[in-house]
Design a protein around this ligand. Structure first.
Ligand code: FMN
Length: 287
């Protein structure tokens, strides 16, 4: 699947990602009201990854429903709409509108590390997270996926809270809180100072998160974080993910990264004598 926030705005790009082999699309996170996002610079290249603080720029759900409706007329893969809010009610209201416009599932961004009073400020607190998931589940009948933050002490506790609240699946992980400083000006590079690290550098962190979550919950896990080639994807499946998302690797490998991952995965399954991906989900937990 395409991870949220990377090329996830418009139908034309969704189509080119599906041509590149994406099996599902997750949109950019959308909120109740339009948001401008932060001033530039919003992205900085780090060693083995990117640090971004986009600030959740989006047109607001009332405008974005047009994009959802249009995408649904052409897309042949599931469209998952990523939503955020500043309260449980807001999450529920955005999710309900996204579903009414045709979303096949909603992913709750309870993990953005760089916008105040939403994102990880919600997902780091099991009580608030529980309320958000319950409110959304009460108004939406399509699957509800909670996207978790690695910026917590025990991600498996948060995963369990989301499962108990009724989440149908989990995505792990969003970006890792990070920053970069310009040595000449002695100032933080990002306009927001702090952002989230993604790409190769976060893969081992994301993998460990999926592994720990798998030991604790029964609902499906979608692995995300630094996946760049088919071996990365296989590692996530072995750790316990039932599916994976790819974001930053599109910047280096292009949209065909999805095809190269699925082809490599197919060849691996055949070489190892497995009939389906399901047979390797969580296999590394065998004792
Ligand atoms: C530029 C950029 C924008 C992002 N925007 C969002 C977003 O709007 N909502 C969200 O849930 N995650 C967002 N993310 C996080 C990604 O969906 C993903 O969780 C993270 O980048 C790790 O995966 P990757 O290493 O494959 O990119 C963004 C990441 C990047 C690099």
């Amino acid at each position: 699947m395409l991870a949220s926030g990377i090329l996830g705005y418009a139908t034309e790009t969704f189509e080119s990602l599906v041509e590149g082999g994406a099996g599902a699309i997750v949109t950019k996170s959308v909120g109740l009201k339009p948001r401008k996002g932060y001033a530039n610079p919003t992205v900085v290249q780090a060693s083995y990854g990117l640090i971004n603080a986009m600030g959740l720029p989006n047109s607001g759900i009332d405008e974005f429903v047009n994009e959802i409706r249009e995408a649904k007329t052409v897309l042949e893969v599931p469209l998952i709409v990523s939503v955020y809010g500043y309260s449980a009610e807001e999450y529920a209201s955005v999710a309900r509108k996204a579903e009414a416009a045709g979303a096949d599932a909603v992913e709750l961004n309870v993990s953005c590390p760089h916008v105040k009073e939403t994102g990880s400020e919600i997902g780091q607190n099991p009580e608030i997270l529980t309320e958000v998931v319950k409110r959304v589940k009460a108004v939406v009948s399509k699957p509800v996926i909670a996207k978790l933050s690695p910026n917590v002490t025990n991600i498996e506790d948060i995963a369990e809270a989301a499962e108990k609240a009724g989440a149908d699946a989990l995505t792990a992980i969003n970006t890792v809180k990070a920053m970069a400083i310009d040595t000449e000006t002695a100032k933080p590079i990002l306009a927001n100072k702090v952002g989230g690290l993604s790409g190769l550098a976060v893969k081992p962190i994301a993998l460990r998160c999926v592994y720990d979550i798998y030991e604790r919950v029964k609902i499906p896990i979608i692995g995300c974080g630094g996946i760049t080639n088919w071996t990365d994807a296989v590692e996530f499946l072995l750790a316990g993910a039932s599916a994976v998302q790819i974001g930053t690797a599109i910047a280096t490998k292009g949209t065909s990264v999805f095809k190269s991952v699925t082809r490599g995965l197919d060849a691996y399954l055949e070489r190892k004598g497995f009939e389906s991906v399901n047979e390797i989900v969580g296999l590394s937990h065998r004792r």
